[in-house]
Write a protein that binds this ligand. Structure first.
Ligand SMILES: C[S@@+](CC[C@H](N)C(=O)[O-])C[C@H]1O[C@@H](n2cnc3c(N)ncnc32)[C@H](O)[C@@H]1O
Length: 296
């Protein structure tokens, strides 16, 4: 059980924002959020104290500094402090507000009143320690792609959500009209967050089934192939998963893959092609992209 967290805060040039998000994610940060300041960005993430030594944080700060130097940007200021569980949840909640995404969704922090008078689907979310507040470009790209794939005209859609984090993509799929979501994540905190968030939105098993694990878990437990595969992890991880992706797909299945930096998209697309998939569209936001794929 985690009792204390490192709150790591980076003040940097806006152009470094995506890189810092990516560094936080690869280091295992939770609840990453950013705010605009007049001439710079303030980005923070939280790291469980029992898993991170001061040396790890120093290494993270050094990497971020090197990233800035390589991009010829001002040297960022990285600071950290130890906070307890209660302060942690409050601290990052202070930085988060309702957010409209695409044409049909609004992500509403669970501790705030539901927005009134909106004709959007309201996705209630409390990510807790898991990734996926909807503020990251990759999550937004996945949600916008999902809107184009799932609606009330496609009522029997089933989706697999690999690396579900807070559960945001599975829940969005169900709100948009999908029939079943099968969510997996290696992180036990993400499994718990997904179950709790699903319940907040009125979804429980069997409509949503959440397990700790990855693609191999789904391969063992799914009774039928799914119509859609959602996977917002990192390119390196996605490339490793691709060879077995078709094990949970049928000939008409589609996929939405993100967490991929633009310069990594060719590697991912080539690997997809080698394994019977094609990239139908590539959506881009900042340095990130999202591949909408189908079987070839
Ligand atoms: C970038 S977050 C995405 C969360 C959410 N789906 C979203 O779109 O915002 C990636 C998640 O993938 C999980 N993850 C990383 N590698 C994984 C793997 N090989 N299999 C399953 N989950 C993985 C992480 O624990 C993390 O929760």
């Amino acid at each position: 059980m985690v009792n204390s967290w490192w709150e790591v805060q980076v003040l940097c040039d806006p152009a470094l924002e995506d890189t810092v998000f990516w560094r936080f994610e690869t280091f295992g940060g939770h609840g990453t959020a950013s705010q605009r300041r007049t001439h710079f960005r303030q980005i923070q993430a939280y790291f469980p104290q029992d898993e991170f030594e001061l040396l790890d944080l120093a290494a993270l700060a050094l990497r971020i500094k090197q990233d800035a130097i390589c991009s010829q940007l001002a040297i960022p200021q990285t600071t950290w402090r130890l906070i307890d569980e209660e302060d942690w949840s409050k601290s990052w909640k202070d930085h988060w507000s309702p957010q409209e995404i695409g044409d049909r969704l609004i992500i509403n922090p669970a501790w705030m009143d539901k927005p009134e008078g909106s004709d959007r689907l309201i996705l209630q979310l409390d990510p807790g320690a898991a990734f996926g507040t909807g503020t990251h470009p990759t999550t937004q790209l996945c949600l916008e792609s999902l809107e184009m794939r799932v609606d009330s005209d496609t009522p029997d859609v089933t989706v697999a959500d690999i690396g579900c984090g807070s559960g945001i993509l599975s829940i969005a799929a169900l709100l948009l009209g999908a029939k079943h979501a099968y969510a997996v994540d290696l992180d036990a905190l993400a499994v718990r967050a997904t179950q709790e968030n699903a319940a907040l939105n009125g979804f429980t098993a069997p409509q949503i089934e959440v397990q700790q694990g990855s693609l191999d878990t789904l391969m063992k437990t799914l009774e039928k192939p799914v119509d859609g595969i959602l996977c917002n992890i990192l390119a390196e991880v996605i490339v490793d998963l691709i060879p077995q992706l078709s094990e949970i797909a049928h000939p008409q299945s589609w996929g939405i893959l993100s967490g991929i930096l633009l310069e990594q998209s060719k590697l991912v697309a080539d690997t997809l092609e080698q394994h019977g998939w094609v990239v139908a569209t590539l959506w881009r936001r900042k340095e990130w992209c999202c591949l909408n794929i189908r079987r070839s």
